[in-house]
Design a protein around this ligand. Sequence first.
Ligand code: NAD
Ligand code: GLY
Length: 369
Amino acid sequence: MSVTRVELAGRAYEVRVGGGLLADVAGQCGALLRKQIVPIITDSNVARHWQEAVSTSLRSAGHEPHFLVLDPGEAAKSWAVLEQVTSWLLAQEVERGDHILALGGGVIGDLTGFAAAILKRGCGFVQLPTTLLAQVDSSVGGKTAINTGAGKNLIGAFHQPALVLADLDTLATLPPRELAAGYAEVIKYGILGDPAFFNWCETNGAKVMAGERAAQEYAVDQSVAAKARIVAEDERETTGARALLNLGHTFGHALEAETGFSNRLLHGEGVALGMVLAARYSARKTYISQTDAARISAAIASSGLPTDVAALGLSCTGQALAAHMLHDKKMDAGTLPFVLLRGIGEAFLDKAVALDDVAAFLDEELAAG
Ligand code: NAD
Ligand code: GLY
């Protein structure tokens, strides 16, 4: 097991990465679980594979696990399900000093984290991320949220977990498409700030996808270390450091919006395409070479992720995609900062990008192929 600390004054916490962590969840959480009843939010896919291991560990330590099992999918990040979750937690008599367990992917983590943020003005929670995406990104850093009709993640709070247990065993039950989607967030750390890690991803992406434990462990460890560093530097995304984590997200978000935030394009797949577009747009602006843009695209493709926007078969214009960007929550005083590249491992925030130019670029990308 490896341990990374997220160094936040007065609220530092550990991210533990390794095998067998869910089977030892009671031991790992220790004194965080101070009552007999332990409330756990999960979804039915995760419960099918991991409820028993978690229950067995908690019961053997004298706890009584109480599960709320939700339907899987993004729809759970809604006002209706938030109401269901908070009502259930109140019925469990959760107090501020208690810790709720969030067992699942980013959907369960974001929803449970937000419920914990507002329940009795804030109670504790532990992230038990079971997707690659959640282990390398969403479980670390305290962003919690639900979606509304106006857009994704628009209602939320910064609320840090007390502990994160990233059990690598859970990746074995994850559908391959979900594993690849999470890998997009792994390679992102290399592209945005760590050329050596990008080089590693170029040759090891296939091993991560094939389930090789050593490769998966290295990928998760490196990603968690990068995320912890950035969060400690800029917890609330005010200095620009954390904003670099949005590499690929502005383009990706527009594609996700155009495909209705549906299974047609998973979040990580949108980020993969978005990073390819950010690299190609950076090359168009001559910030990076066409060779570097092609290298980024090839590394993303090597893990089975999509890299060709035209292949999505969208019947929209570049202008329509740019219009989705105007609803981005990263809009700041009328401008939309784009994360672009000056080199592999050298992302920067460009606040002077003209959306018309982006729309023209997207028209070319939609027509290519
Ligand atoms: P998810 O939570 O929907 O999980 C993906 C699918 O895998 C679901 O069907 C789930 O039931 C299933 N699943 C989860 N773990 C499994 C396992 N071990 N075995 C079998 N099936 C399993 O999706 P996700 O990709 O983990 O997270 C996406 C969400 O994360 C989005 O809502 C996104 O907005 C959010 N997110 C948040 C942050 C943040 O910083 N808070 C960062 C990135 C993404
Ligand atoms: N996933 C982006 C962030 O945590 O800031």
